[in-house]
Ligand binder design. Structure first.
Ligand SMILES: [Zn+2]
Length: 275
């Protein structure tokens, strides 16, 4: 394998050069981004230790995590030929809020039965995001699942008494309890859970090839596991279940277990008008 590797060094930005194995991307190389690539059907694409599945037309999706440091490398193999493409990743500044003097009880991590429950629920969600389902729903673009004021953004983090908490990975949209949430893109409902410890009413929608949306703190679901939904179809209702301070939708986007920024997905992959 090594013998075939023909490293091309660091090539910056979107590559549209006439190389043996052409590779193009839509999207931006920045932390939290979703990118849609295209190469010749039948080629093999490697990214972050994963063989990335291609649609029959040669499209594929990848994602960059919150704290990814560039450059990142995409390898494309065509027969015995291998080409490495390297991309810089723009670093982002995330909102960090320091809160001191918080009563220690409220910042102590759960233990015992509660911890067991949290781990079990974490496994359910990870499983729901693990499928590499060959549906091309993600190629149709995305719409907002809910209109309303944005009250929380991707990547932000709170530091309580000097201890950093898990960053916030969703896009929070505040609306009254019961407001209908629609599917941002077509997909298959992979998980419906009435009440998880942190996320409360939880729904995972699979848009194909490892790209999923999760909706949390819901007061109810309007669809069932295994159900196919179209973009814009009503899927759930806003709530404040789980660890939420008020009614809002928290929408998350994942590429497998990599957490992406829903705002970037909307910005760079809007659904064509009329959808
Ligand atoms: Zn949130």
């Amino acid at each position: 394998m090594k013998a075939h590797l023909r490293a091309v060094g660091l090539l910056c930005g979107v590559l549209l050069m006439p190389l043996a194995t052409a590779l193009e991307f839509q999207g931006v190389w920045q932390q939290g981004a979703m990118l849609v690539g295209h190469t010749k059907p039948g080629n093999t694409v490697f990214f972050q230790d994963r063989v990335v599945s291609l649609t029959p037309q040669g499209y594929f999706v990848i994602g960059l995590g919150r704290d990814v440091k560039g450059p990142v490398v995409v390898e494309v193999r065509e027969g015995n030929e291998s080409q490495l493409y390297s991309y810089p990743v723009a670093q982002r500044e995330y909102k960090v809020q320091r809160v001191d003097g918080v009563p220690q009880r409220t910042v102590t991590p759960p233990s015992g039965k509660v911890l067991e429950r949290i781990r079990h629920e974490g496994r359910l969600v990870r499983q729901a995001r693990a499928d590499d389902d060959p549906r091309e729903d993600f190629l149709q673009g995305f719409i907002k699942p809910l209109e309303g004021p944005i009250t929380g953004v991707y990547g932000s983090q709170r530091v309580y008494n000097g201890v950093p908490r898990n960053p916030h990975y969703g896009l929070d949209i505040a609306r009254p309890k019961g407001t209908v949430v629609v599917a941002p893109a077509a997909g298959m409902v992979k998980l419906v859970h009435a009440d998880m410890y942190y996320s409360g009413g939880t729904l995972v929608l699979d848009h194909g090839y490892g790209l999923t949306s999760s909706f949390i703190h819901l007061s109810g679901a309007l669809v069932k596991e295994g159900q196919r939904v179209e973009a814009g179809e009503a899927i759930a209702k806003v709530g404040s279940t789980g660890r939420a301070t008020g009614p809002h939708l928290d929408w998350r986007v994942n590429w497998f277990n990599v957490r992406l920024d829903p705002a970037l997905v909307l910005k760079y992959f809007p659904a064509a008008s009329g959808q």
